[in-house]
Structure formats: structure tokens, C-alpha cells
Design a protein around this ligand. Sequence first.
Ligand SMILES: [Fe+2]
Length: 330
Amino acid sequence: MTHVADIAEGYLLRNDTSELAGVNREVVVFEHALADLAALDDAHLARIIERAAKAGPMHYNLSVVEPDDEGGYGHWVQGLLARPGEKVNGWEVLELIRAGRLWLQVEHLHELAPDLYWLMRAAYDEFKRRVAHFTYFNLYTNLLISGPTAKVTPHIDVAEVLLFHIRGHKKFTLWDPAKFPVPDEWRESIILREQLEDVPLKPEWLSQGTEAVLGPGQGVSFPLMWPHAVENLGELNVSLQSEYHHPASIRRYAALYANGLLRRRLGMNPHSTGPGAWGEALRAVAGLAAKKLKVHSPKPRKVALSFVVDARAEGGVRWLPEKERMLVTK
Ligand SMILES: [Fe+2]
């Protein structure tokens, strides 16, 4: 892998600066050099999978989407790469992912794959140098490795997102809240950790969003808290995904947090905190203060790990009996 210090300035993002100007304000598909520089071939992926398995389930999310009874997008079920004490063969797991619907997110890249973390930091720094309004803090990076039929159900991320696609093809569907209004209560419950990020969009909206197909060397940015879904298009997919904040996203996050508390604690029906809405900054100060004072202490979110990867089981997924399921806080 190329050492980050050797990357020429301006090399990581291949678009003209004018084409990057809409980053985090509109849907922007851009071209990047990370697919070449990250050298995420099968051997590299297998090593990272083994490191993640050894580090344990707090360092990764492994999921499949199980179909719903009434149709629709289905629902997430989480599992384990290995049971405690078991050793994992990264190549074997990679083949199982390639064969089916497993979706693996390796977290904490600054620990498990620092080269990838620093490569992403370099791309962020290039955005910052070239796009006047762009800034970032609280950068969180992860590596997504998912199967040809894996998909991510419609959801809202509470931070800004930049995804650098590396291998395979995937389709993003994004729903502009101006056309497909999503109640603030949904965003508040996600921020207050009362529910997972999934959002129940109207079934007729599912085919009406804006679509963006990404191939290797392409990336996507979209406005904060836009609902989106992702479908892999028939190959092993590898992406470097990241989340971050900047002052405006923190204001929006904190304002929603404050409104959520007003609604729940005082039975109030606060005005919308739509971006730029009047009073958002003030509300945000209250939200940040409340968060610091721990006014709201949500129950930790417990997630059951219901399966373990097993080459001998159908689809590589061996379901665990109820009493063997591990409960983790995520
Ligand atoms: Fe997302």
C-alpha cells in the first residue's frame, strides 16, 4: 500500500473542485483514488477479517437481512464471526460473504487497519483544502465487506456520511425529505437511542427515491439525515465508509435532542428544527447542555447476536439456540 506521506497533494479526489462544491449539501457522486491506493485485495481483506474476529464483536457488526412476513425491505439480524475462543479463517469468511447475503462492517479502523484510517483522513483533508465550507471532526471510519445480494434497509444516519467505494457495484437510493417528509419524532427517537436507525418509509416511496450507482473508485456524499437504502448489484462489495460532524450538523443533532426531550419530558410539541430553522442554535445549546448533564439517560441498546458464521451451514449462517445468543450493548 502507498504510504500516505507519498500521496501528492490533490491526488485523492479526481474531480474538479467545482464538482465537489455540493458535498454534504446535495447528492454528490465523486471519483477518488482510494480504490487503487488501499490495495484491498482478498488477502488484505482476509487479514482484516481475522483481526476483527480476534478483537471481538464490539469491533464489528455482522448482519443479514431477514425477510418480513408482510414483504417490504426486511429486518436486520446480527451475528458473530466466531464464538469466544474460536479461531477464524479470514479466507473462508470472505468466501462465505462472496457467496451470499452476509454484511460485515469492521469498525475502529484506526486500531485494526491504521493504513486505511490514515488514507481516509488524507481524503478528508483534501476535501477540507478544496471545498471552502467543508470541515470535519469526530471522524469515525469503518470497512464494509458485503455479499452480492446484501442490502441495507432504509435508515437515517445521525452524523454526516462519506462513502468511498472500492470493489463491486452498489445502488444507493436516497429520499429527499423535502419531497418525502419524515417526521422529526423519528430523528429524535434515533438520536435519543429509543430505536435503531431504520425508518418505516411508505411502501409506495420505495421505488421513488433518487438513485446513484457506485462502481470502484466512486464515492457519495448526501445531506445530513436523508433517509437512504443500499443494494449490492451482484458482486462482492467493499467500501470504506465514514461518519463525521461539523458545526452545522452538531447544531442540528443537538436541536433534535433538545426537542426530543421537550416532547417526552414536558409533553410539548416543539416547532420543527429543519435546517436553518429559527431558534435552532438556541435549542442546540439547550440540547448540548442537557446531554452533558445527562438529563436523559436512555437504556443501553442491547443487541442479540443470533448466529455464527459456519461454512457447513446453509448460506454460511448457523442460527444459535436462544440460550447461546450473546447480548451486547451497541
Ligand atoms: Fe447509512
